[in-house]
Design a protein around this ligand. Structure first.
Ligand SMILES: Cc1cc2nc3c(=O)[nH]c(=O)nc-3n(C[C@H](O)[C@H](O)[C@H](O)COP(=O)(O)OP(=O)(O)OC[C@H]3O[C@@H](n4cnc5c(N)ncnc54)[C@H](O)[C@@H]3O)c2cc1C
Length: 349
């Protein structure tokens, strides 16, 4: 008989894991209360680089190709479009940054990600150009709001989704029993709201609020995503997402005039684009101080797992991490040591 799993949370973590478990022949039930304020709010950008240090993102060479293939497969499966390739143009903040780019772009390790600087890049006038600009290769964005919406519809149509809140009184972790049903595996994928549920509340999950603006501007080009101090992501038809703020230890969901001001100021450091703000969005990222995800088995309860802490690069990491967690759950294949919650584990009973 096929084994069964209960996934709590249908955000990016829960949906990616559901795909991976279903492909391993596990029967999956997903529970979601419809309070998604991260995966659906995200800009969904996948930027191979960490500009602050001008380094490749962690495990980039593994994550990026797998994410590109995964999102295209899921597009086929759900018969919709999420995946949009984009060129990111970084306007350098200093001569050091430009020199660092120049030097890295000639290294083999960066060939897939950094274009060598051409005279046209150095002179590009799409933004106020202080020290030149460079183009990132192999970047893309996922239509995050559509990802969540289409997955809720898809899993509901397949009979995999219960649209309800998780009830602590219906949960017996020692028996892996929820609402009268015993599951082989129960996986908590509750994003920043994990802190409110006792099972994995001991983990050092942080709640990092982020806000973005949706603007219209006739003076910005749709061709590239501009970046310095903020990102400007073209959505087509003269609309752009500008983001994002980082508001530490803040799990409130209202948008603020202060964040709007910061985002508009950051945008004006790129150029005078006469933006018209159409909408402001706020969400909360599930982050961890060591910038690594939270994955693994509960220290005291067999068959009880967590998938969280996807942070600011969730859309790049989730496809690979979900596959690794599914292999850990079903075949006990070891997790990457930097992702395993055993780094924080103490027995709770
Ligand atoms: C403003 C902003 C911009 C971002 N931009 C990017 C970006 O450009 N690129 C990128 O990669 N990442 C970005 N992120 C981060 C990204 O959104 C997260 O890493 C990722 O979406 C987290 O996914 P998750 O599934 O862990 O959490 P969530 O998306 O929060 O999903 C958790 C789910 O659990 C459900 N749930 C919670 N509690 C309960 C309960 N008690 N009962 C039932 N269901 C429950 C919720 O309804 C929700 O659907 C951004 C985030 C924000 C806020």
């Amino acid at each position: 008989m096929a084994k069964n799993a209960l996934i709590i949370g249908a955000g990016l973590a829960g949906t990616c894991l559901a795909h991976r478990l279903l492909s391993s022949g596990i029967e999956v039930q997903i529970l979601d209360q419809g309070s998604n304020h991260s995966s659906a709010i995200a800009a969904g950008m996948v930027n191979p680089m960490v500009f602050r240090r001008m380094n490749k993102s962690w495990r980039l060479d593994e994550f990026l190709p797998e994410a590109q293939a995964f999102y295209r497969d899921i597009e086929q499966q759900l018969q919709t479009k999420f995946y949009h390739p984009i060129v990111i143009r970084r306007f350098f903040s200093s001569a050091e940054e430009r020199d660092s780019w120049q030097q890295k772009a000639s290294q083999e390790a960066y060939q897939n990600y950094l274009e060598k600087l051409s005279p046209a890049d150095l002179e590009n006038q799409a933004a106020i150009n202080l020290f030149g600009s460079g183009r990132v290769r192999n970047a893309f964005w996922i239509d995050a709001a559509n990802w969540v919406k289409e997955h809720l519809a898809y899993f509901a149509a397949q009979g995999n989704l219960l649209q309800k809140p998780f009830e602590a009184k219906a949960w017996d972790p020692a028996a892996r029993k929820y609402d009268g049903i015993t599951y082989d595996y129960v996986i908590f994928c509750m994003g920043y709201q994990q802190k409110e549920e006792p099972t994995f509340a001991y983990l050092p999950l942080q709640q990092t609020k982020g806000q973005t603006l949706l603007i219209e501007s006739a003076l910005l080009s749709d061709a590239e995503s501009l970046n310095r101090k903020c990102f400007v992501l073209p959505y087509g038809k003269g609309r752009f997402r500008v983001g994002a703020t980082y508001e530490w230890n803040n799990a409130t969901l209202h948008h603020t005039p202060e964040a709007r001001e910061i985002l508009l100021q950051n945008l004006s450091a790129l150029g005078s684009y006469e933006p018209v703000v159409m909408e402001q969005a706020a969400g909360v990222r599930p982050t961890v101080l060591d910038r690594r995800p939270l994955m693994g088995k509960h220290p005291d309860f067999d068959g009880v797992f967590v998938f969280n802490g996807l942070g600011t690069k969730g859309y790049m990491m989730a496809p690979t991490l979900a596959r690794e967690l599914a292999a850990f759950i079903t075949m006990n294949t070891p997790l990457h040591p930097e992702t395993n919650i055993s780094r924080f584990t103490e027995s709770k009973v």
